[in-house]
Design a binder for this molecule. Structure first.
Ligand code: IPD
Ligand code: CA
Ligand code: CA
Length: 257
């Protein structure tokens, strides 16, 4: 029987390839005013669910477009068929397909495929992080003043005003980018291209797989207070570990309203 990691890799790869094949040729709908969904999200998700249900029919599922099925079971799959849907819909090739397996709410294995880069990232708890079969590691850059921070610009749509915090990060980091896909932000910290990412208003499927990959690459993930995160955490700090405390210090300094 295939392992959960093997199924996560297969599902992320095949889902990502379905997205890639229809890139720039999809039907687009508005889910909410600012959130899009495309025919490719649904087609990729269908394939991923097929692969998982065939291998593990008893397991629970939480997938962005499909929703929940037996969620809360000891073994659950957390799926984002396309992370970066708005990029995808606008023809911007920064998107990925994310599949994670969790036991009792803790992610044990995860895979993310970035189809346009032909990069398959994966990790299993305690066994390191890989991209296309090669070990990956976070950067050694510090302090924060020398680092590149990746952040999403949706920060002002939440219940809290994150703008002052973003202002401080932008002023004190070497650079700031918004790539429009949480998986890119987290994975590019995992492979050392960037050094940290602070994300607000996330859902479990946005980060479940990528967060494990980052931790297994030597990084740190926490909530905004530095506490252990769970799949229910909405605002998270992802880093190379070395700049993490500085980020938490800035969060304390700004004290979100
Ligand atoms: C979104 C992206 C975005 C993040 C949003 C997510 P989606 O996921 O990851 O970067 O800031 O919070 O919802 O909708 O493209 O799957
Ligand atoms: Ca997402
Ligand atoms: Ca999505």
């Amino acid at each position: 029987m295939a392992s959960c990691l093997e199924i996560a890799k297969k599902a992320a790869y095949e889902g990502g390839m379905i997205a890639k094949r229809s890139f720039c040729n999809v039907k687009i709908h508005n889910k909410t005013e600012k959130d899009l969904v495309t025919s490719a999200d649904l087609a990729a998700e269908k394939k991923i669910l097929q692969i998982i249900r065939k291998a593990f029919p008893q397991h629970g599922i939480f997938s962005e477009e499909f929703g929940k099925e037996n969620y809360g079971r000891e073994n659950t799959w957390i799926i984002d068929p396309i992370d970066g849907t708005n990029n995808f819909a606008f023809g911007i090739p920064l998107y990925g397909c994310s599949v994670a397996f969790a036991r009792k709410g803790v992610v044990q294995a995860g895979a993310v495929y970035l189809p346009e880069l032909k990069e398959l990232y994966w990790a299993e708890k305690g066994k390191g992080a890989f991209c296309n079969g090669k070990r990956i590691h976070v950067s050694k850059r510090q302090p924060f003043a020398k680092s590149l921070i990746l952040m999403d610009a949706c920060f002002h749509h939440g219940e809290k005003n994150y703008v002052p915090l973003v202002d401080v990060f932008a002023a004190r980091a070497l650079g700031m980018r918004n790539l429009g896909a949480a998986v890119y932000h987290i994975l590019w910290c995992a492979n050392g291209k960037a050094d940290c990412s602070v994300e607000f208003l996330l859902q479990p499927y946005d980060f479940a797989a990528a967060a494990l990959i980052l931790e297994e690459a030597g990084g740190r993930v926490s909530d905004l207070e530095g506490k252990k995160y769970s799949l229910e955490t909405k605002a998270l700090v992802f880093s190379n570990n070395l700049v993490h405390e500085e980020i938490l210090g800035m969060v304390r300094e700004i004290r979100l309203q």
